[in-house]
Design a protein around this ligand. Structure first.
Ligand code: C2O
Ligand code: CU
Length: 479
């Protein structure tokens, strides 16, 4: 797929000088469960960030608490999160806690679950961390631009009884569209991006820095939490000589397994937790390459072994994370629903009924459709009304020529099958990447009452209509 501008790290990394190991790769950690009960403050405001290494100057961004990513919020499973969101932007905003099962009123969806936080206003988010795992936060208001300018941060919920590793690292990946002057290109929401693969950029950062090398130690075991905060870029990471083991997807434990074809694929908003044993020798280096877009592979970063050796053999510690308390769908009684995605360039818009209506909507600038409807805002009639407590299967059909990471709020779902083939690792996800023309079945218990967004997490697709609401109705009794 060569339908976007090629990445060129070169124009920001022209010197060829060896940059020193990144200091900021372990962002400040926040101990949230403080006994005072004071909320943790997250303030959204414009500022600057050193996305490019020196001697290049800073880039104007929007960020939380002055840093990109925003502070890593780290709590223990079962803790109560108390976050006071302050709006220092010039427009309304919200915070959505991606992947976390919150009460509906804490979900941060403007107009649907709360009014946007006004300029200079604030909003107190408060909920329990039911599930351990790797999550993140970002605005849900005009997210293509607000997230695209740097508003996002990691939210890590530690297991009460975690797996043993030597280091627990978070890599929050992002992709920026920068001008030659090192500023963000301000063509947010342009029509070409919306009709194609979204806003693909030209500069990839790990934890807000264009990385050159990261130090590791021979013999150590690392838990690497990957979070894709990009608007649109899909990553396919090849870890070279390493043998990464996937231990969690979207925060939820999965049967530990080697990634398919050795490549760790992460669509926008998705998370993958890896366990990697550093089996090389002191002084060696391993290159991590992003190979997702054919013909546009590039070196993401080098992992460089320091002089010391921590241990000689690979530890035999368990990689099985404890499961979260998710309700198992009852496949025998599950109601089945067809969900068809249409639109974009080169799509099969012409299939089925409702084509005329989609053409009309396209004339109004909506380009993506779920069951023939394009969303024009966050408030809409629900696509589906599901009685609380009942099991459901969504038979999702991507009738487009594009990938779509489809996200459902307030729930995690089992990914049951792809193109009719059962999945293998008991995948629980909150965002599932659908390949062009792919059919994916997901199953879940509608156990969290409220109106929940169901949308593509390519933020330009979401803005151009690929969004719907699913209502979990506490008042409807099971039949
Ligand atoms: Cu990550 Cu609807 O959001
Ligand atoms: Cu999409």
């Amino acid at each position: 797929m060569i339908l976007h501008r090629p990445i060129s790290r070169r124009h920001v990394l022209r010197t060829g000088a060896a940059f020193t190991a990144l200091s900021a790769l372990s962002p400040a950690r926040m101990a949230m469960a403080d006994s005072t009960g004071d909320p943790f403050v997250l303030r959204a405001a414009s500022g600057q960030a050193a996305l490019r290494p020196s001697p290049y100057g800073p880039t104007n961004v929007w960020s939380y608490n002055g840093s990109v990513p925003g502070p890593e919020i780290r709590v223990r499973q079962g803790d109560r999160l108390l976050v006071l969101a302050q709006n220092g932007l010039d427009e309304g905003t919200t915070i959505h806690w991606h992947g976390i099962r919150t009460p509906n009123a804490m979900d941060g969806v403007p107009f649907l679950t709360q009014d946007p936080i006004p300029v200079n206003g604030d909003f107190l988010y408060e909920f329990d961390a039911l599930d351990a795992g790797t999550f993140w936060y970002h605005p849900h208001q005009r997210s293509s631009e607000q997230v695209g300018r740097g508003l996002y941060g990691p939210l890590i919920v530690e297991e009460v009884d975690p797996i043993r590793v030597d280091r627990d690292l978070t890599w929050m990946l992002d992709d920026w569209r920068m001008t030659r002057a090192g500023q963000l290109s301000d063509d947010f929401g342009n029509r070409h991006d919306a009709m194609h693969g979204g806003r693909i950029g030209n500069s990839v950062t790990i934890n807000g820095e264009i990385p050159e090398r990261i130090s590791v130690q021979s013999g150590e075991r690392i838990r690497l939490r990957l979070i894709n905060a990009a608007n649109a870029r899909i990553f396919g990471l090849d870890f070279g000589d390493f043998e990464p083991v996937v231990v969690a997807l979207d925060g939820q434990t999965v049967t530990p397994h080697a990634p398919d074809g050795g490549v760790v694929v992460i669509g926008p908003a998705m998370r993958v937790d890896l366990v990697i044993d550093m089996t090389g020798k002191p002084g060696e280096a391993v290159t991590v390459t992003d190979v997702f877009y054919e013909g546009l592979e590039y070196r993401l970063v080098d992992l460089v072994y320091g002089p010391d050796r921590l241990r000689d053999s690979v530890p035999d510690w368990s990689m099985d994370l404890p499961p979260n308390p998710l309700a198992e769908p009852d496949m025998a009684s599950a109601a089945r629903h067809q969900i068809v995605f249409n639109g974009g360039m080169m799509g099969q818009m012409m299939m089925g009924s409702g084509m005329g209506s989609m053409m009309d909507q396209m004339r109004e600038g909506n380009m993506w459709f779920i069951n023939g409807e394009a969303a024009t805002g966050h408030m809409m009639d629900p696509l589906l009304v599901l009685p609380q407590g009942t099991s459901h299967v969504f038979e999702m059909d991507n009738r487009t020529a594009w990938h779509h990471p489809i996200h459902f709020h307030g729930h995690s779902f089992r990914v049951i099958a792809r193109n009719g083939q059962p999945t293998r690792y008991r995948e629980w996800q909150d965002t599932v990447l659908m390949a062009p023309e792919e059919r994916v079945e997901i199953a879940f218990v509608a156990d969290n009452p409220g109106d929940w967004m169901f949308h593509c997490h390519i933020l330009e697709h979401q803005a151009a209509g690929m969004m719907g609401v699913i209502r979990v109705d506490p008042g409807t009794t099971k039949t």
